[in-house]
Design a protein around this ligand. Structure first.
Ligand code: GAL
Length: 664
């Protein structure tokens, strides 16, 4: 199986390229500028269904032939889209069933993009037919490097509630439960008279007078992720049949928006993992959130190289205030992804559109043309990437694991939990920030993964847990495990584990909580070690664990807030409250010290990739300085961007980047 876009030399570098938005007279300049910028891979045709299949069954490939030929002549490889992300108006007009429906029964119109229902047989048939037509047309095209199926599945329409989805949901439930009785049991339908007596009564969780059923909501999330995945695999299978040597991907979006897909399941189905990431311009720590995304993508890729399919050179157009990136920021962003295992980074998009909803979104070639700061920065990074080809195929070294679970995220995102102030994603990110500030590299792993290779592991709010045995074994074998509140509370169906919280983890952690005590809006509680908790506290008793900190004030004064339970050769910490800033840093650093994990340097982001060069093991230290002052690091070898020898120390300039190849 081919697991990387073919024929791309060195790190991949390029963008979404939408030649259909421009007269052909612009295309020659495009390719000339791509060469100047060192572009070697572009994604073509993602939103061009209406221009390829101009009416039902009538294909016009001429323009695409010419665009691909020209790219090939320019030495640019093509990640060719199946163009199915945006059904054309002729399709949804002729077959309104293709259009998705909201929980409130509103049918969404064409006129934007992604206006399709995942359960529409017509959509699937037409999408697969288009994928086949493209595969047959371009199977021998010399520019074809990879297939790009759909685009960001679930980005706009991640859940559809129409009658077709009701039928598909029932089929999915039958496969899961076999019978109605286990479904009634799993959903707890004895509550509020919801018992189902026949399959026809079972519906998607449509708009209801009050709170919906948590089991139904959770299963609908699972179903919806699977339903979209089936669309992807239907196209993928045709592509694999017609062009077996061409790898297939679809671009994930692992951190932003609502986490609609269970990417652990998706990652198993792509030939290589690709991801889109956009920073939140007004977040002063946006580079840390970027690092989180990149590490999570590497986890999905199973540690193998992955591709950043999209980010932006500067401003986007969909935030409330679309701030331009700072000079040097697109470079730092690009190198951060490479540091964390990307073997290439692409942008949305090549040339800034002059019409359409995204005309104020930045691109490699801005409205103002190539004589711009943005294009000069693009050229610079393109030239630098050309010096880093030796990194391709190397892997990232990490000593700490973070267990990330989309299904717990869905469950905790449902209404009617003890507080609306808790966000799974923010919580996981807060823990990640503490690890990032400690300078350690983190691998993301799925629930139940083997943790034995990691000195320490973190479980942020792992809510849905049938069985804590893998974590018990990890700790007994010497692992250091930090478990946070809202972990182990329910089984996989969302049924609460009885006998006290945190349910499945009580024994491992040596604690028992009688009652949750979420805090009021903006409220804070002091701990006796000087730290502060917000959002969450709980009334906890130890049952064997050692108390590391207790509440110093409030209704729970004297109650343990942070504990550690030594077990076997390892130890398990329980964080029972929403510890903030410094307090969280201290806790995380304490766990790392206990595990013997060395801390990285302060103030500069450092990641090590390891691989081989001329048969000998080498490593590359990639350092990104997000601060305003120069930083110094111990290093020896060759700094690849300048070509200079490094003997003992290397300076990472303010806002800059270094890549040092070392012998070990
Ligand atoms: C992504 C999408 C691109 C473009 C981009 C703008 O979600 O895949 O097509 O819309 O956002 O930031």
């Amino acid at each position: 199986m081919t697991t990387w876009p073919t024929g791309v030399r060195g790190l991949a570098w390029g963008a979404d390229h939408n030649p259909e938005q421009w007269p052909e007279s612009v295309w020659a300049e495009d390719v000339a500028l791509m060469r100047r910028a060192g572009v070697n891979l572009v994604s073509v045709g993602i939103f061009s269904w209406a221009l390829i299949e101009v009416e039902e069954g009538r294909y016009e490939f001429g323009w695409l032939d010419r665009a691909l030929d020209r790219l090939h002549e320019g030495g640019v490889r093509v990640d060719l889209a199946t163009a199915t992300a945006s059904p054309p108006p002729w399709l949804t007009t002729a077959y309104p069933e293709v259009l998705p429906e909201t929980a409130g029964g509103v049918r969404l119109s064409h006129g934007s993009r992604q206006s399709y229902c995942p359960s529409s047989g017509v959509y699937r048939e037409k999408a697969v037919a288009l994928a086949r037509a493209l595969a047959e047309r371009y199977r021998e095209h010399p520019a074809l490097a990879a297939w790009h199926v759909g685009n960001e599945y679930g980005c706009h329409v991640s859940r559809c509630f129409c009658d077709r989805c009701a039928v598909a949901f029932r089929a999915w439930l039958r496969a899961r439960y076999g019978d109605l009785e286990p479904l009634n049991e799993a959903w707890g339908t004895a509550f509020w008279s919801q018992r189902y007596g026949s399959w026809e009564q079972v519906l998607p969780p449509r708009a209801t007078p009050s709170l919906g059923n948590p089991g139904q909501l959770l299963d609908f999330d699972r179903f919806s992720s699977d339903a979209l995945l089936e669309l992807f695999t239907a196209e993928r299978d045709v592509l694999r049949e017609v062009t077996p040597g061409v790898p297939v991907t679809t671009n994930f979006m692992v951190t932003w928006t609502f986490g609609a897909l269970d990417y652990w399941r998706w990652a198993a189905e792509v030939d290589f993992v690709s991801n889109d990431h956009y920073t939140r311009a007004e977040d002063p720590e946006r580079h840390v959130e970027l690092a989180f995304s990149a590490d999570l993508v590497r986890g999905l890729a199973g540690g193998r190289p992955w591709l950043l399919m999209e980010h932006s050179t500067s401003a986007v157009n969909w935030q409330r205030r679309n701030l331009a990136k700072e000079p040097g920021e697109l470079r730092r962003n690009s190198f951060q992804h490479v540091a964390r295992g990307a073997d290439g980074t692409l942008f949305f998009q090549w040339r800034q559109s002059r019409a359409g909803a995204e005309r104020y979104h930045s691109a490699m070639v801005p409205h103002a043309g190539p004589d711009t700061r943005v294009f000069r920065e693009v050229e610079r990074v393109g030239a630098e990437y050309a010096r880093l080809a030796e990194l391709v195929g190397s892997t990232v070294e990490a000593s700490v694991a973070l267990v990330y679970d989309w299904q717990s995220r869905w469950a905790l995102g449902q209404p009617a939990h003890p507080t609306a102030d808790f966000s799974y994603q923010d919580h996981a990110l807060a823990l990640y920030r503490a690890l990032w500030r400690a300078g350690v590299t983190v691998d993301f792993v799925p629930p139940g993964a083997d943790l034995s290779g990691y000195a320490a592991a973190v479980l942020p709010a792992l809510y849905l847990v049938d069985d804590a045995t893998p974590y018990e074994r990890y700790v007994e074998g010497g692992g250091r495990l930090l478990v946070t509140y809202l972990s182990g509370i329910t089984d996989g169906r969302g049924h609460v584990h009885l006998g006290g919280y945190p349910g499945a983890f009580r024994e491992l952690l040596g604690v028992r909580t009688e009652e949750f005590h979420p805090l009021g809006e903006g409220a804070a509680v002091a701990l006796d070690d000087g730290s502060t908790a917000r959002v969450w506290t709980e009334d906890l008793r130890t049952e064997g664990a050692e108390v590391l900190a207790s509440y110093a004030d409030g209704p729970l004064a004297g109650v343990p807030a942070v504990t550690r339970n030594d077990r076997g050769d390892g130890a398990a910490w329980y964080l029972a409250c929403g510890l903030t800033g410094d307090g969280l840093d201290r806790l995380v650093r304490g766990v790392l010290a206990h595990a013997g994990v060395p801390r990285g340097p302060e103030g500069v982001e450092v990641v090590r990739r390891r691989g081989e060069r001329a048969g000998a093991p080498v490593s590359w230290l990639v350092a990104v300085n997000h601060g305003g002052g120069d930083a110094e690091l111990p290093a020896a070898g060759v700094e690849l961007l300048s070509g200079e020898r490094v003997t003992g120390r290397v300076v990472v300039p303010a806002g800059g980047v270094v890549v040092v190849r070392g012998e070990v």
